[in-house]
Design a protein around this ligand. Structure first.
Ligand code: S3P
Length: 189
């Protein structure tokens, strides 16, 4: 078995980048660091980066919060599915998805069919600390973050676990998670 914490050399990363023939899609809970890790991964692989939530906001000309408030979660999920379908249909890239995207049956089927899905995971306490720093998440509004995150994590794990690559990110810098993802892709391809 590969030691997931040794570094890949620059030439190994370059060789891997050449083999990546479809989008790499990061899935997992809010607060796990999909956007930060996705940006680092995309720069190492020399691939474009897309954040699905940002793409939805751009298409709707509204924030995620406003979409939830005005039109509700089902409408958001439908827009999310269409935006992700467009992103995975383009040339290889790294895509960070919102925490609920992979729990939608159609969106999940699309990602599993067209992309390399990576479940980025970490412990509940770390998620709660990270999500408490921002007020941009409608599902956390007016509730206890620990209670909501614990419940959502338990409900969603059966979906996330369908991703072929599972990487646990520790607290602290995200470089280790990025390396583990590269190794996961290397073994899976
Ligand atoms: C959501 C997570 C958010 C965003 C929306 C819904 C969720 O994205 O898509 O608030 O259902 O978990 P992040 O995972 O980037 O926070």
């Amino acid at each position: 078995m590969t030691n997931t914490d040794t570094l890949l050399s620059d030439s190994e990363v370059a060789a891997l980048a050449k083999r990546v023939d479809r989008p790499v899609v990061l899935v997992g809970m809010m607060g796990v660091g999909k956007s930060t890790v996705g940006r680092k991964l995309s720069s190492l692989l020399h691939l474009p980066f897309a954040d699905a939530d940002e793409a939805i906001e751009e298409a709707a000309q509204m924030s995620v919060n406003e979409i939830f408030e005005k039109y509700g979660e089902d409408y958001f999920r439908d827009g999310e599915r269409r935006v992700i379908a467009r992103l995975v249909g383009e040339k290889p890239s790294v895509i960070a998805t919102g925490g609920g995207a992979f729990c939608n049956d159609e969106t999940r089927a699309l990602i599993l069919d067209k992309a390399i899905a990576v479940w980025l995971d970490c412990d509940t306490q770390t998620l709660v600390e990270r999500v408490s720093r921002k007020d941009t998440r409608p599902l956390l509004r007016g509730g206890d973050p620990m209670e909501i995150i614990t419940r959502l994590k338990a409900e969603r794990e059966p979906f996330y676990s369908q991703a072929p690559i599972h990487v646990v990110s520790e607290t602290g810098p995200h470089n280790q998670a990025v390396m583990r993802i590269l190794k996961g892709i290397d073994e899976w391809l």
